[in-house]
Design a protein around this ligand. Structure first.
Ligand SMILES: Cc1cc2nc3c(=O)[nH]c(=O)nc-3n(C[C@H](O)[C@H](O)[C@H](O)COP(=O)(O)OP(=O)(O)OC[C@H]3O[C@@H](n4cnc5c(N)ncnc54)[C@H](O)[C@@H]3O)c2cc1C
Ligand code: FES
Length: 252
């Protein structure tokens, strides 16, 4: 984990309210693993006080990318950054995806801005694997396809792709895949991850989920990001034990 000042290279609105922020930070770029995140101080003042956590979206040489939507003040400030601005970043943080197994099919399940960590995961997965991205959103405008591969979409309102949620979309396609030869990686709102976890546990598919929680410190000190574990009485910390967990290991 490193605290460093990075230099903003660009902030681009790739579709309505969805931004890619690129920051030159050689030390952090070299350490990053897919699924990890950084805690970013979005302004030089004391407002907002807390840093904001963002998944690593991609790494290109010395440049780290983040993908975000505007939720409140912190993300609004980030969207207004200019080239050359300095950002104080702590990272890489947390436990990322485990994509080391001997499986052939990689199913990516992304809900809304949950698409953020997958460009870097896809880049790091062998070209020999069969990668399919299931991308869901409430409506067509919420579908984010940035640097994803072999995309199938779903929308709750039926304005694009499969009419339904992304877990229902997965269910409609799952017969094509053998659970012994397939691993699922997911990120999205917690209700989506909860439904997906129930589905994959019941159907016997190995699944890792990248979870969200309100965070303060980002590295295990404040205990503010705890989540209930499945296998022991101990609470798990999203920032330190996660944000990526096996679907069987947490109760969302
Ligand atoms: C591990 C992790 C990775 C994330 N990766 C991404 C990403 O790649 N792209 C993206 O757009 N968003 C990501 N988020 C969510 C992002 O951190 C929040 O949307 C952001 O902090 C909102 O800040 P704000 O000031 O704009 O909104 P605020 O007005 O402060 O808050 C609006 C809502 O955002 C959430 N939030 C606020 N502060 C935090 C915080 N410190 N930690 C977590 N949630 C918070 C709360 O639910 C709050 O109700 C991630 C969150 C976590 C925990
Ligand atoms: S954010 Fe402080 S312990 Fe996780």
């Amino acid at each position: 984990m490193i605290e460093k000042n990075g230099i903003v290279v660009s902030v681009e609105e790739i579709q309505a309210d969805i931004f890619i922020l690129k920051v030159r930070s050689p030390q952090i770029a070299v350490e990053e693993k897919p699924g990890q995140f950084c805690n970013i101080k979005v302004s030089d003042s004391t407002f907002p006080l807390l840093r904001r956590p963002f998944s690593i979206c991609d790494v290109e040489g010395e440049v780290v990318s983040f993908q975000f939507n505007i939720v409140g003040e912190g993300t609004k400030i980030l969207s207004q950054k200019q080239n050359g601005d300095i950002l104080n970043i702590i990272g890489p943080l947390g436990v990322g995806f485990d994509f080391s197994g001997d499986f052939e099919n990689v199913l990516i399940i992304a809900g809304g801005i949950g698409a953020a960590p997958f460009p870097f995961l896809i880049k790091n997965i062998s070209d020999e694997k069969n990668i399919i991205s299931f991308v869901g959103g409430r409506s067509k405008k919420d579908i984010i396809e940035y640097k994803l591969k072999n995309i199938i979409t779903s929308t709750d309102d039926g304005s694009e792709g499969f009419h339904g949620n992304v877990v229902q979309l997965l269910d409609s396609e799952i017969d094509k895949y053998d659970s012994a030869n397939t691993k699922i990686f997911a990120c999205g709102p917690n209700p989506m991850l909860r439904a997906l976890s129930e589905y994959t546990i019941e159907s016997g598919f190995d699944c890792e989920i990248s979870t969200e929680s309100v965070m303060a410190c980002g590295f295990g000190i404040c205990q503010g990001c705890n989540v209930e574990g499945t296998h022991s009485d101990r609470f798990l910390l999203v920032c330190k034990d996660g944000p990526v967990f096996n679907a069987e290991d947490v109760k969302l």
